[in-house]
Design a protein. Structure first.
Length: 180
């Protein structure tokens, strides 16, 4: 498999994101509205630099294969408070969310590769980040297995608001510390 490269999501990517969000394997866990207006509402502020989070396309051989959303937890105080009730969150902690767009790209080891590549980029882009902390629905075994394969360790399990209302509140929290 080729190396993963990254670029910021731009408005011209919204039709691609919409098509990915409509895929059953993505829709199950991301639970986003997929109208053009909803995709603009949800991804437009980050694409325009109006929000502190980053939406990054993962590319393999120049082809978009996935999406990573990256942010500092401190930039989202309500979410930080929810997570801090379960596990200590050091100042500067970064979190990610991710998806593989096309179903045929899943189950091939791309998830752990994508997560590992984003960790490497995070250590470069955010030299003061002490760790990356990722909450994942306890029911989403493929996602938390990808985190484990990428070197994150489960540090807690607790209740968080689920992305999809069909899920219960149980989430595993995974962490990796900045390499020494």
């Amino acid at each position: 498999m080729n190396t993963i490269t990254w670029r910021r999501v731009v408005p011209g990517d919204f039709p691609l994101l919409r098509s990915w969000l409509e895929q059953p394997h993505v829709a199950r866990w991301w639970n986003h509205e997929t109208s053009p207006e909803a995709v603009e509402r949800d991804f437009g502020p980050a694409a325009r630099g109006e929000e502190p989070s980053e939406d990054l396309l993962a590319l393999v051989g120049g082809e978009p294969v996935g999406l990573v959303q990256r942010s500092r937890l401190a930039d989202y105080p309500d979410y930080l408070a929810e997570i801090s009730a379960i596990v200590p969150v050091p100042p500067g902690t970064v979190t990610i969310d991710y998806l593989i767009g096309a179903a045929e790209r899943t189950g091939q080891g791309l998830g752990p590769l994508l997560i590992g590549a984003m960790l490497d980029r995070t250590w470069r882009d955010h030299p003061d980040a002490p760790c990356v902390l990722v909450p994942v629905s306890a029911a989403n075994r493929p996602s938390w297995r990808a985190l484990e394969k990428a070197g994150l360790r489960r540090v807690a399990t607790g209740d968080l608001e689920p992305d999809n209302p069909v899920d219960d509140r149980a989430h595993h929290l995974y962490r990796v510390d900045r390499p020494a």
